[in-house]
Design a protein around this ligand. Structure first.
Ligand code: GLT
Ligand code: MN
Ligand code: MN
Ligand code: MN
Length: 386
């Protein structure tokens, strides 16, 4: 019956269902919802957890006493509802101080403030039990390249991430850090724009094992890339630490649509990839209800994200058990035990033997792999006629 349960590990950010429908051209269309109210509603809908930026919960200018009071109330809501906080992050983008970047700002004072703010946010996340810490560098970028050298920006970024990884270890927080790439918006160009760029950067950090990815469906799609391929590469590298599920039309502004709302086929292959690969992390929906909606629409949106995921999970199971589909896949993946033995690992003997082999190129090129039939069956399965 596609009823979400905590065991499905569905999570939402306070900023997602809490989105008030502001856009660059228009004022909010919805009233703010309190963090406690969001927690109770999400638990009722069958979610597993709620994630937050420091300032989704604690205003940036709160006193220590205000912080403690807010935290007490929020923790009570978590206890009463059974919701957990698997992931935390820092708002390094809303305040004007970050208008030209946080960790990569050209101003050393602002860079230091960004690191200080993140340490406080890490303390907050740890207090709420979070084990995944996300870095979305929304303001880490530029509109013009006249002022700063990108090499400097990358060096500053590295310095900040290295510092914060050491801080986490010194505090015993046990965080795994997940970098979230995005090509643009709010900056004209954001550093580490896509999954591949973040993977390359992680290899240059002091403690690369602590760092992985938080890829977002909409972000790779904005860049015109195949999100399923990006996630597969993160999994292949052992770096899928978290995932932001939503949807997006290619080549548009950042839409953060309900999961599965736009690219249903890609959503299907994504769910299949996550389920088949044994990904154990949260299924986080980083999206929001359409600006047209009232509060009822917000909860329809949240329910819809989770339902679509569960329906696609069932479709993936069906796909894996469909005899005809599986036979087509088997035929597609042509096996040759003898040749595979030669190519598995280089040796002088294998190389010599392979060089001596004769291949009938014409015959090999002739065979069609059968993808038209296989893809049509996939489409029919998704349309519910199989
Ligand atoms: C912001 C952004 C998201 C990030 C969030 C984490 S905040 O809403 O658009 O993609 O995941 O900082
Ligand atoms: Mn987005
Ligand atoms: Mn986003
Ligand atoms: Mn995101």
């Amino acid at each position: 019956n596609y009823n979400p349960q905590p065991e499905h590990k569905f999570t939402f950010g306070l900023w997602t269902v809490g989105n008030i429908g502001r856009d660059p051209f228009g004022n909010p269309t919805r009233q703010p919802l309190s963090p406690e109210y969001i927690v109770y509603k999400l638990a009722q809908l069958g979610a597993y957890g709620v994630n937050l930026h420091d300032n989704d919960l604690i205003p940036i200018d709160a006193t220590k006493a205000e912080r403690d009071k807010i935290l007490r109330n929020f923790k009570k809501a978590l206890r009463d509802s059974g919701l957990v906080v698997p992931m935390a992050t820092t708002n390094l983008f809303a305040d004007p101080v970050f208008k030209d970047g946080a960790f990569t700002n050209a101003n050393a004072k602002i860079r230091a403030y960004a690191i200080q703010k993140t340490m406080h946010a890490m303390d907050l996340g740890a207090e709420l039990g979070a084990k995944i810490y996300v870095f979305w560098g929304g303001r880490e970028g530029a509109e013009v390249d006249a002022g700063m050298n990108t090499l400097d920006a990358l060096a500053y970024y590295r310095e900040a991430l290295n510092f914060l990884a050491e801080y986490s270890e010194a505090q015993g927080y046990g965080y795994k850090f997940a970098l979230e790439p995005k090509p643009n918006e709010p900056r004209g160009d954001i550093y580490l724009p896509v999954v591949g760029a973040a993977l390359g950067f992680i290899a240059t950090l002091d403690k690369p094992h602590l760092f992985g990815l938080n890829p977002e469906f909409a972000h790779e799609t904005m860049a015109g890339l195949n999100f399923v391929h990006a996630v597969a590469q993160a999994i292949d590298a052992g770096k899928l630490f978290h995932i932001d599920l939503n949807d997006q039309k290619m080549g548009r502004f950042d839409q953060d649509l309900r999961f599965g709302a736009e690219n249903l086929k890609a959503a299907f292959f994504l769910v299949k990839l996550l389920e088949d690969s044994g990904y154990q992390g949260p299924r986080h929906f980083d999206a929001h209800a359409l600006r047209t909606e009232d509060e009822a629409g917000v909860w329809e949106f949240a329910r819809g994200c989770m339902r679509t995921y569960l329906i696609l999970k069932e479709k993936a199971r069906q796909f894996n058990q469909d005899k005809e589909i599986q036979a087509l896949i088997k035929a597609y993946k042509v096996q040759d035990a003898e040749l595979s033995k030669l190519t598995r690992k280089f040796s002088k003997r294998n190389a010599e033997a392979l060089k001596a082999r004769k291949f009938n190129r014409g015959m090999l090129a002739e065979r069609g792999p059968g993808l038209e039939r296989l893809d049509q069956l996939t489409v029919e399965l998704l349309m519910g006629v199989r």
